[in-house]
Structure formats: C-alpha cells, structure tokens
Design a protein around this ligand. Structure first.
Ligand code: ACO
Length: 379
C-alpha cells in the first residue's frame, strides 16, 4: 500500500506587523474590542506578491524534505489570492522553483484550500498518479480587503506556508479526510468585486464589498468543524485522547475553543497562532503546522487533527499521522527582500487607492443588478 508522507514544511511570513492600535488609527475600533472578540493582537501585511510568498515557503519546504525541485510532480496552490487569474499561480511558483516536470493546479475552496489540497495530493500519490507533491496555503488579503469596513478589516492577515508530500510504504501522512460544503450558507460569506460578473463594468481590481454575517458563520463553522472532527476520528477508530495536537483553521479564538470543546480535546493540545497572525484564510493551518514543528510540539509518530472551514461554506477535518522525522534535512537560503515601508504605511497606500463604494461597485450592487445574478436563498 502506498501512503503520502509529509516530509517537508516551510513558512514565509511577511515581516511587517499591523497591530490593533494601527487599525484604530483609521477605523472606529479598539485593541480591547478586537482582542476580546477574536483573540487577535496583530497580523502581517505583505510587501511582495502571493507567488513570491509561496515560492519562498515552497523552497523552504523542499529543502526541509531534501528534495530537488526537478523531482516535483505536482504543485497545488491553495488559496483565494491570485496575483493574476491567467496564467494560474501554481505555474508561477513552478517556474520560480525550477520544478520543470510538475503539474500545477490552483485550488480555491477559500480558507480550507490548503486542507482540500492536502487531501487531493494525498489521493493522487496514493493512487500512483504522482509521487512527489508540494501543497501551498497562501493569502494576500490585504490587497483586496475593504479597509473601510471594520467588521472584516480587523480579522485578516497575509502569509504563506507549504508542505512536501512523498510516496511512502510507511502508514503515515493524511490517513482520514472528511470534506464537505454547507452550501446553504454560501451567502453568509461573500467578497463581491471579483469575477466575470464584474468584468467590463468599470470595477477596479481590489475594489470589494464584503458581505459577511459573522454570527451565522461563527455558528455554522463550529458545528461543521466539530462534526467533521468527530466523524473523521470515528472513521479511523481514534478518540480525543489519541489526538496529540489539533492544528485548526484560525478564524477566531472563540471558534477554536468551541471546536476543541465539542471535539473533546483540551486547549493545551491545540496550536493557536491567531493572536499573532489573525485569519490568513488558506495559510492558517500550514503556518500553524510549521510553527508547531519549529516549537517541538509535533513528536515523532504524533496524531494530528486539522479542522477548517471557509467560504462556500466549505469545511473539513483531516487526521494526520506524522512520520519519525520532525526536524528539517536542510534549510533554504531563499528569503524575501526587506520591507521598506511599515505595515500601516502599506495599508494606507492601499486605502488611498480604494474607492469606498461611492462609485462603480455600489452602482453594480443596485437591487435590479444584484437580482439578475444572485442565487436564491434557501427558505
Ligand atoms: N470594532 C468595534 N466594534 C465592532 C467591530 C470592530 N472591529 N466590528 C463590529 N463591531 C460592533 C458591531 O457593529 C456591533 O455593534 P452594535 O451592537 O452597536 O450593533 C458590535 O460590535 C457587536 O458585533 P457582533 O457582530 O455581534 O460581534 P461578534 O461578537 O459576533 O463578533 C466577529 C464579530 C468577530 C466577526 C465574529 O462573529 C466572528 O468571528 N465570526 C466568524 C468570522 C469568520 O468566520 N471569519 C472567517 C471566515 S473568512 C473566510 O473563510 C474567507
């Protein structure tokens, strides 16, 4: 039987830090509100594009695995943030790495993209389609965040991380995956402004309206992640006591605490990064995984649980058996150029270019237009 071992891991976090107090300089919010409602204290703002972030993360993961880029058969770029839509982003990472033989796929299931990508690559390795794969989770949300909307602007950050998967005879890697989509809730989390609906209608790329029902998402997220976690554990015949570490999607500390409670796992066994990085959508799980390894929280042979949810509303929970190696084989010297501006300066530059919905996008959202493309809400 062939398995897909996780043999390499690497993150690339942009250095510029945006604090809650920075956000309070242009939004009617406070450190106290953000910290108590979400657990977030700060997040990162990238000075480079999403492909560059991904390439550095992937190069670090390859070095960690001791694998040559020329031996990579598959790159999955998981996330919502693309520098451009055509050509796809995975091909940009491929050429930057020199992974000349690789198939290159962009995969968008919003915040679950990394976990869906991990499951997809695992299945392709286990069925013999490929032998070596890179799976990336990346987001560059700062570029299309609606920085005038305090309901969402305080929640997100930029970042990237990647893992390398390799065919193995050892029973390790992703051993169980529950994937699903609560599509009746798809209207609760929308970013308007991208896609064919808006093409040739005088909408600036990056001008967005975030339709976001935080409380509905919160409830659906907790239910879906806890249920998927219980199901994947039952399917694999493991109980909460067998879980060594939960590496969850990091949307809100209160969501993480609720999922841990319903899954029956104490918070001491949960990896939390939301205070440092906010919600990086598809990047949260792999970044937390890399930090857990760096901090020695993943022991050889450990059993990990990875629950996540995102727009769609897609959800999943993965059960992962770690191998014997928890340290890198080598390190990469690839790194980002230094940031020449502070995070707040970069955000203020983006804000200065954004039209706070006084113009095109607001017009497109007039009821008649909205009705022509909106899907009916379920009763
Ligand atoms: N600062 C200060 N006040 C604020 C802010 C802010 N940043 N945002 C909202 N408020 C106000 C509201 O206007 C409201 O005021 P009102 O009572 O006068 O009307 C009050 O605070 C309470 O707002 P709620 O929405 O009830 O606050 P809640 O406790 O639900 O927290 C939050 C909101 C943090 C968004 C929470 O619902 C949440 O985390 N939901 C899930 C978010 C999520 O899923 N994100 C990830 C998905 S994204 C993806 O998948 C791509």
């Amino acid at each position: 039987m062939t398995y897909a071992a996780i043999t390499g891991w690497g993150a690339c976090m942009p250095p510029a830090v945006l604090s809650n107090d920075d956000l309070s300089t242009f939004l009617d919010t406070s450190d106290e509100w953000i910290a108590t409602r979400t657990g977030m204290k700060e997040r990162r703002i990238s000075h480079v594009g999403a492909i560059e972030l991904s390439t550095v993360a992937a190069a670090r993961a390859l070095a960690c695995a001791g694998l040559d880029a020329a031996d990579v058969d598959l790159i999955i770029y998981g996330g919502v943030s693309n520098d451009e839509l055509v050509p796809n982003s995975a091909s940009g990472v491929q050429i930057a790495l020199g992974a000349t033989r690789a198939a290159s796929i962009d995969l968008n299931t919003a915040c679950t993209s990394f976990c869906y990508g991990l499951t997809t690559a695992t299945a392709m390795i286990r069925t013999g389609v490929v032998r070596n794969a890179i799976v990336i989770g990346v987001e560059l949300i700062s570029r299309y965040m609606d920085w005038s909307n305090r309901n969402v602007a305080v929640l997100f950050g930029d970042g990237a991380a990647a893992v390398v998967l390799q065919a193995s005879d050892e029973e390790e890697g992703v051993l169980g995956s529950i994937l699903g989509c609560d599509a009746e809730g798809r209207q609760t989390l929308r970013v308007r402004g991208f896609g064919c609906t808006y093409a040739n209608r005088d909408v600036n790329f990056g001008d967005t309206i975030w339709d976001f029902d935080g409380q509905a998402i919160f409830k659906r997220a907790v239910h879906a992640m806890a249920d998927a976690s219980r199901r994947v554990m039952a399917e694999r015949g493991v109980g909460p006591d067998d879980i060594d570490l939960v590496v969850p999607h990091q949307a809100n500390l209160r969501i993480i605490e609720s999922v841990a409670k319903y899954a029956g796992v104490p918070m001491e066994k949960v990896m939390v990064t939301v205070q440092k990085y906010g919600n990086m959508s598809a990047a949260t799980v792999p970044v937390a995984l890399v930090e857990a390894l760096d901090e020695g929280r993943v022991r050889p042979g450990a059993t990990l649980l990875m629950p996540a949810f995102g727009g769609g509303l897609t959800y999943c929970s993965l059960l992962v058996k770690w191998g014997q190696r928890v340290t890198p084989i080598a390190t990469s010297d690839l790194t980002l150029p230094p940031a020449t501006k502070s995070a707040l300066e970069m955000v203020n530059e983006i804000r200065a270019q954004q039209d706070p919905h006084g113009r095109s996008l607001a017009g497109l959202m007039a009821p008649a237009f909205a009705e022509s493309w909106a899907h009916p809400q379920p009763a």
